[in-house]
Design a binder for this molecule. Structure first.
Ligand SMILES: NC(=O)c1ccc[n+]([C@@H]2O[C@H](COP(=O)([O-])OP(=O)(O)OC[C@H]3O[C@@H](n4cnc5c(N)ncnc54)[C@H](O)[C@@H]3O)[C@@H](O)[C@H]2O)c1
Length: 444
């Protein structure tokens, strides 16, 4: 396939990975990267660090490490920074989060202790279960956005960084559907100046990042990059955006199992998902407003995969229930149960039970790393607007208006891999392989 060659700037200098939120996920990321840099651990779960990609025809038997195919920033070039409503440094916050054992914490103590959060933009109206004092004060929301922009510029200067990416790792906010203020950049900026109550802190961070041409990924279900104003701004500022909500545990498995059932034309009568977790995220999600945000991203997955308009015989009447229960004794070690009622040939019922004992932040940290490195790559490749090729990482991938997202994990990986091949002028692979019919493009 002929295409215009993509010109990707080399990843020179240091890359700042800025995280609003320095809680369990963010500090597990920082600690993990530092431990890997010391050669003490492997970056397990990270596609950018361990992924291998096939290039060319199968007969060529040609594979490359992802990080050798595309020019990604190396771990040594990363500088971490962030904002939080609590003033603890990253070492103290990691100890508080209780995700990592003492041996890892001690190994990275020196570097994590140096990472101190900048005061946050925070509003209790949006996260009811938390209250911190390390927050900015401004006369209106525009002033708060300006302060974040100054933080970004100062961070780059003080740390000798060449460029930055921002990945939202802060708490889930109360569900806030778009209103008139989110319709365009103009209305949003007016809203910032007028302190419009519908503008959430996460939207202020998104706005500040984009105005500074900092690629922005949304790791929570907060509604920010979905807003028309943010999509307009990302095009205007020629900066990539992606989201929403890291796909880590239960939903990750849903997007593996559900496409399999659909591909075999097996029916589904019900899918009951429940889980217990006891970390701060669980406490925040115990508030019905924040849980509503999570429920939206978690529930959309199955209705999109089991498209009842396309498959009325199989998926018209699915009872899909999602529960999250805050249960402190488990801390970050979540336990999820899924009961799936399916039916097969002649309508005979069957059941699948999944019991996933996972570690939330251990699954999320490598996703944040990959997103940061790929968003930096996208920025250097001149990409702007929604980066659908990163859907692989999200519970609710954003798409252009009018398109439905692709949730099937295997198809999401194909899209990601083909985008990397496209970036590097490699043949796109369509897995056709009809050699005997003379169609040997791609697969053979
Ligand atoms: N761990 C997972 O598997 C997973 C999966 C998908 C999404 N997420 C999302 O990732 C986010 C982080 O999860 P976590 O487990 O690290 O939570 P956490 O509670 O440990 O950390 C969140 C941090 O954000 C801070 N914070 C809250 N509002 C802020 C603001 N406006 N500005 C700056 N800081 C703010 C809190 O003080 C806290 O330290 C949550 O939104 C969660 O829903 C996590």
């Amino acid at each position: 396939m002929n295409k215009t060659k993509i010109n990707i700037q080399a990843p020179k200098g240091k890359l700042a990975i800025l995280t609003p939120g320095m809680g369990a996920v963010a500090t597990t990321l920082y600690a993990g990267v530092e431990a890997v840099k010391k050669g003490k651990h492997l970056p397990i779960g990270s596609y950018t660090q361990l992924g291998r990609i096939r290039l060319g025809k199968r007969t060529e038997n040609r594979f490359k490490d992802v990080k050798d195919l595309v020019p990604l920033a190396s771990l040594d070039q990363i500088v971490f920074g962030g904002w939080d409503i609590y003033p603890e440094n990253a070492y103290e916050a990691a100890a508080h989060a209780k995700v990592l054992e003492n041996d890892v914490l001690e190994l990275v103590k020196e570097s994590l202790s140096k990472i101190k959060p900048m005061p946050a933009v925070f509003d209790r109206e949006f996260v009811k279960r938390l209250d911190g004092s390390h927050v900015k004060k401004g006369k209106n929301k525009m002033e708060l956005a300006e302060m974040l922009r100054t933080d970004i510029r100062n961070f780059l200067k003080d740390n000798g960084c060449d460029r930055a990416v921002m990945v939202w790792c802060a708490s889930t906010e109360v569900y806030t559907p778009p209103t008139a203020v989110h319709a365009s950049v103009k209305t949003f900026e007016e809203g910032l100046r007028n302190n419009d109550p519908a503008i959430s802190p996460s939207q202020i961070y998104t706005y500040a990042a984009l105005k500074e041409r900092v690629p922005y990924a949304n790791g929570s279900p907060n509604v920010s990059v979905e807003m028309p104003c943010m999509q307009e701004l990302s095009i205007e500022m020629a900066t990539p955006i992606c989201g929403s909500d890291f796909k880590t545990g239960q939903t990750f498995l849903k997007t593996v199992i559900a496409p399999g059932l659909r591909n075999r034309q097996l029916g589904v009568a019900g899918w009951y998902s429940t889980n217990i977790l006891g970390n701060r995220d669980g406490e925040v999600l115990d508030d019905p407003g924040s849980f509503k945000s999570k429920e939206v991203t978690k529930s959309g997955v199955l209705s999109d995969i089991f498209n009842k308009e396309l498959y009325p015989e199989l998926y018209s009447n699915i009872s899909h229930v999602v529960r999250i229960n805050y249960y402190p004794p488990r801390g970050d070690n979540k336990e999820g149960w899924d009961n799936i009622d399916i039916f097969g040939w002649l309508g005979y019922p069957m059941q699948i039970k999944v019991n996933f004992l996972c570690r939330d932040s251990i699954l999320a940290a490598p996703i944040v790393l990959d997103l940061a490195l790929f968003m930096d790559l996208a920025g250097r490749a001149g990409m702007k607007g929604i980066q659908e090729w990163l859907s692989f990482y999200f519970k609710m991938p954003i798409t252009k208006a009018g398109l439905s997202p692709e949730h099937d994990l295997t198809l999401q990986l194909l899209k990601l891999e083909n985008t990397l091949r496209f970036f590097t002028d490699e043949e796109l692979i369509n897995h056709l392989g009809l050699t005997y019919y003379g169609v040997d493009e791609g697969e053979e």
